[in-house]
Ligand binder design. Structure first.
Ligand code: PLP
Length: 425
């Protein structure tokens, strides 16, 4: 995989100010598609006119601005088609995080007598921290526990629902393990009780077929940069008839549902990215899952003291979370980076905090096991050569790190992973 080809041209004024000038294309082996994806060439092409000659404000009364309404609405149609919605049900936002915050607060503000929120213990920080902030403002939040394999029992959900529950906000696919929650069944439970349901579907486009009608949710969040669009643009599906309260209040844009001058280039880009994601079919998804499985099987077979986190199915076709006993994942990531291999030690948004993943600890892993976990998230651009390159290096790096680890660290890890006894290093 080659990225950054356009940076090949010398631009001294910028390069001289940059610590590491982009002097040559970065050839990388990318296994971190759940963190973000590259902007597809078709997507870049779709957005460029709105960064150059078509720079007007869509609210202006003259043609330079007015004619931008059409590409915005075309993009809205494309995003609506991706999820099986009507275009009037799509609101553009600045990112997945804004969509999630908008969804949850909208349900609370539009039903002021209801002060209870239901979510799970393994949501993305966009939901977790939004709920934590709500708790400080007097709302009550139930964080549903998950099983060791990352699954959620429907009975647990049903028990948590109350007459004062304003919203159930549960992710469809977990970004760290890829494990799917049964959103259609959870939505049915909510509907029986007239409770609004939002799902964070940020990880699903291109990896699952999305149909809001079949899912039965009231609100659904997406983010373009997970589907080869740019960062900084998201969408919120709001089912017709759902009470709605905007989070960003300002001008009349987005039918008053989200103030702020429209980000036309990014909206156009999101529309094109949505078309590309919609063109991905079951055959492509099966091929992606087979590629992921080949990587996962090879790691588990060739590297002792490894185990998969999360149920094998139902799972996103691209994601694999693997714990390596006796390993500090951050150290392994640094070594991989030197070989131009990109992976993740959990959610990209929490990397750097060094706290063990809240997803893995909620699944019952101890902090040491969680800290020894890598996430590999593939993409339709991932090749067999990428996997061969990774597997050419990974077993050796793991052995070296284990050999370098202090006996105490190893003993601690071995206590949690009996398989490590068979490990020579
Ligand atoms: C499951 C999930 N939800 C929400 C988000 C936040 O999306 P954004 O980066 O567009 O704010 C992410 C991004 O990593 C995610 O993986």
């Amino acid at each position: 995989m080659t990225f950054g080809g356009n940076f090949g041209q010398k631009t001294p004024s910028v390069a001289s100010r940059t610590k590491e000038p982009f002097t040559e294309p970065l050839k990388i082996h990318y296994f971190d598609s759940n963190a973000t994806t590259s902007v597809a060439p078709e997507v870049l092409k779709a957005m460029l006119p709105y960064l150059t000659e078509e720079w007007g404000n869509p609210s202006s009364p003259y043609r330079l601005g007015k004619r931008l309404v059409e590409p915005i609405e075309a993009a809205r149609e494309a995003v609506a088609s991706l999820v099986g919605a009507d275009s009037s049900e799509i609101v553009f936002t600045s990112c997945g995080t804004e969509s999630i915050n908008t969804a949850i607060t909208s349900c609370l503000y539009s039903q002021p007598a209801k002060k209870h929120v239901v979510t799970t213990a393994i949501e993305h920080s966009a939901t977790m921290n939004s709920c934590a902030a709500l708790e400080k403002r007097g709302y009550e939040v139930t964080y549903l526990p998950v099983n060791r394999d990352g699954s959620l029992d429907l009975g647990t959900v049903a028990k948590a629902l109350r007459p004062d529950t304003a919203v159930v906000s549960i992710m469809w696919a977990n970004n760290e393990t890829g494990v799917l929650f049964p959103i259609a069944k959870i939505a049915a439970l909510c509907r029986e009780r007239a409770i609004l349901i939002h799902t964070d579907a940020v990880q699903t486009p291109g990896k699952l077929a999305i149909d809001v009608g079949e899912l039965g949710v009231d609100l659904l969040s997406l983010s373009a940069h997970k589907l080869h669009g740019p960062k900084g643009i998201g969408s919120l599906y709001v089912r017709k008839g759902t009470p709605f309260w905007p989070l960003i209040i300002g001008g009349h844009q987005e039918e008053g549902n989200r103030g702020g001058t429209e980000n036309v280039p990014y909206i156009a880009a999101f529309g094109r990215a949505a078309e590309l994601a919609r063109a991905i079919g079951p055959h492509d998804r099966r091929a992606l899952a087979a590629l992921r499985d080949s990587l996962e099987d090879e790691i588990l077979a060739r590297i002792p003291g490894t185990s998969r986190n999360g149920a094998k199915e139902p799972r996103l076709p691209n994601t694999s979370s693997i714990s390596f006993a006796g390993i500090d994942a951050e150290a392994l990531l640094l070594l991989l980076d030197q070989l131009k291999i990109c992976a993740s030690s959990g959610s990209a948004c929490t990397t750097g905090s060094m706290a063990p993943s809240h997803v893995l600890t909620a699944m019952g892993l101890d902090p040491t096991e969680a800290r020894g976990t890598l996430r590999f998230s593939l993409d339709y651009e991932t090749t067999r050569e990428d996997i061969a390159y990774l597997m050419n290096h990974l077993p050796r790096l793991v052995s070296e790190l284990r050999a370098a680890a202090s006996p105490r660290t190893l003993a601690r890890s071995a206590g949690t992973r009996s398989e490590l006894a068979a490990q020579p290093a």
